[in-house]
Design a protein around this ligand. Structure first.
Ligand code: PLP
Length: 287
């Protein structure tokens, strides 16, 4: 079956899906995006993702490309037309096509919207979670507005590539004070030796992950002890457990940091439990 993408009002074969060379997303990374998980034929947490998309758009003064309900409809259509049961749906909105100039377009141009979906293998993801991943630290070098989910991901690309070249699957940014901010495409968590879950507050230095918010709800439900505060790389080395959260990987145990084993070097019981019950705390929309 051939893949289908949605591009500015049309469903087109994925192989032919294209935006104009003067799209401001292409020229300036002048755009934002969202990624929702598709789990067992349902799209996960659409209202929260669209809420955050609206916030990102408004922070950059980009209009919604169409009504929010219409965006929601297209998400469902693209997942359905690609017959994705487990995988991801991606939405990108840019300021649109205009003669290359740093200033906003002088006249109103329609924002561009692209939606794609792709399947993933849940067995492979489960196997990865059973094994855990290695993480490699990296100096924080991003702009301060990482709360906006922009497509300007070059620092993240370089940090993650560095992780890969050092045997890791994710990078953990470390700020000038030695505190972990977040991953290249995930939020970062530890569980201390006393069993306290710790993650950085979303007020600065991180993207407020939707998966992070769901996990915070779960922590309450499960009656776990929790502190929202920055943690240092040193504290992470000494942790009982570590894990990352994102729509792309849900809750993924971290077993190695900069080559050193975390805890006993196996996925921890807290991360494993949170992964197991994760979808009980999400909003699931059937496709
Ligand atoms: N932090 C960064 C930098 C990200 O790119 C992402 C996801 O792409 C996350 C955190 C996790 O966000 P979410 O849970 O909404 O996928």
């Amino acid at each position: 079956m051939s893949r289908i993408a949605y591009v500015n009002g049309q469903y087109v074969p994925h192989a032919d899906a294209a935006v104009h060379v003067e799209d401001r997303g292409y020229q300036f990374a002048d755009g934002v995006y969202e990624v929702c998980e598709v789990w067992q034929g349902k799209i996960v947490d659409v209202p929260r993702h669209l809420e955050r998309l609206g916030r990102s758009l408004s922070e950059l003064r980009i209009d919604w490309p169409m009504a929010r309900k219409a965006v929601e409809f297209v998400l469902h259509q693209v997942v359905r037309r690609n017959r994705v049961r487990n995988g991801l749906v991606y939405i990108q909105v840019t300021r649109g096509v205009s003669k290359r100039d740093h200033f906003f377009p002088p006249e109103h141009v329609a924002p561009s919207i692209v939606v794609t979906a792709r399947s993933s293998n849940p067995k492979a993801a489960a196997a990865q979670a059973a094994e855990g991943i290695a993480v490699v630290s990296y100096p924080e070098n991003r702009w301060p507005r990482v709360d906006i989910k922009t497509v300007a991901l070059l620092p993240n690309v370089l940090a993650k590539q560095n992780a890969k070249e050092h045997g890791g699957k994710e990078a953990w940014y470390v700020d000038a004070d030695g505190y972990v901010t977040e991953g290249g495409s995930t939020n970062a968590w530890i569980v201390t030796k006393d069993g306290v879950l710790v993650t950085r507050p979303a007020e600065s230095g991180i993207l407020r992950g939707i998966t992070r918010t769901v996990v915070l709800d779960l922590i309450q439900k499960e009656g776990l002890t929790f502190e929202e505060r920055p943690f240092s790389l040193e504290e992470a080395f000494d942790a009982k457990e570590a894990f990352v959260t994102a729509a792309t990987s849900v809750v993924m145990p971290v077993i190695r940091l900069d080559g050193k084993l975390i805890g006993n070097g196996h996925p921890g019981s807290v991360a494993t439990r949170l992964r197991e019950v994760f979808h009980t705390a999400t909003d699931l929309q059937a496709v």
